[in-house]
Design a protein around this ligand. Structure first.
Ligand code: SAM
Length: 223
């Protein structure tokens, strides 16, 4: 099968299992109009995040990499008040588009967008000693994946679910010399050595090409 087939299969399942979603369509349109790169989650991946949050009854969500708010809207729709999302975005222009998108989607009150380098933002957040996060989505600069996962564990609790996007990178994860692939390999090496978190990576194909995500859960033994 090729890219055209993967895209058609995504469309088939999306039509049957998601259906028309004017809110998400508007978020995508706004991102395009603002000239944001087309690197958000797909509709299917957005719904996967939504369902994982629903299934875990997660309330406190952390996201690294907001872009135009596509994944943030999916995740915000999954939580019940008093749940909230804290999401980090480096680029003020992206954050502005995301702010408008979450407000227009009617979930603005649930989304706290923090602008700046996520590593600094996460350090500041850790200093606030917040209630533990139940669900974490890591989807920013892939070079910093290991740092972000470390914060996700520290800011989580036993059972916290962590999803890291784009870990396969069209197969480049094996030997790619790009920063992103190296960042994924550093993350995997770190996870192989850690006992406080269990993880698996799943390869995917779809409208976003050949890629995959890593799923991790903070172990029960974490104090
Ligand atoms: N999660 C978004 C979605 O699915 O709608 C897509 C996020 S996009 C793949 C990655 C985002 O991470 C970009 O908007 C980029 O500006 C942001 N980013 C890159 N480096 C960052 C950093 N050091 N701190 C915070 N955000 C960063």
């Amino acid at each position: 099968a090729d890219q055209q087939t993967w895209t058609s299969v995504d469309k088939y399942f999306d039509t049957a299992l998601i259906g028309p979603d004017p809110v998400i369509a508007e978020v995508e349109r706004a991102g395009e109009k603002a000239g944001l790169p087309a690197i958000s989650v797909s509709k299917a991946q957005g719904k996967l995040l939504y369902l994982l949050i629903r299934g875990a009854r997660a309330q406190r969500i952390l996201e690294v990499g907001t872009l135009g708010g596509h994944s943030a809207v999916w995740m915000a729709r999954a939580i019940q008040p008093p749940g909230r999302i804290v999401t980090f975005e480096l680029d003020p222009r992206h954050a502005e588009v995301a702010r408008a998108a979450v407000d227009q989607a009617g979930v603005g009150d649930l989304v706290d967008i923090r602008v700046g380098p996520a590593a600094e933002g996460l350090a500041a957040l850790a200093d606030e000693q917040p209630e533990p996060f139940d669900f974490v989505f890591i989807d920013a600069d892939k070079a910093s994946n290991a740092t972000y996962l470390d914060y996700a564990v520290r800011l989580g609790r036993p059972g916290t679910v962590i999803v890291v996007d784009n870990v396969v990178r069209d197969g480049r994860v094996l030997e790619g010399a790009d920063e992103g692939s190296e960042g994924v390999r550093r993350l995997v090496d770190m996870l192989a050595d850690r006992t406080d978190v269990e993880a698996v990576a799943v390869q995917t194909v779809g409208e976003r090409g050949y890629d995959g995500f890593l799923l991790a859960v903070v172990s029960d033994s974490v104090a």
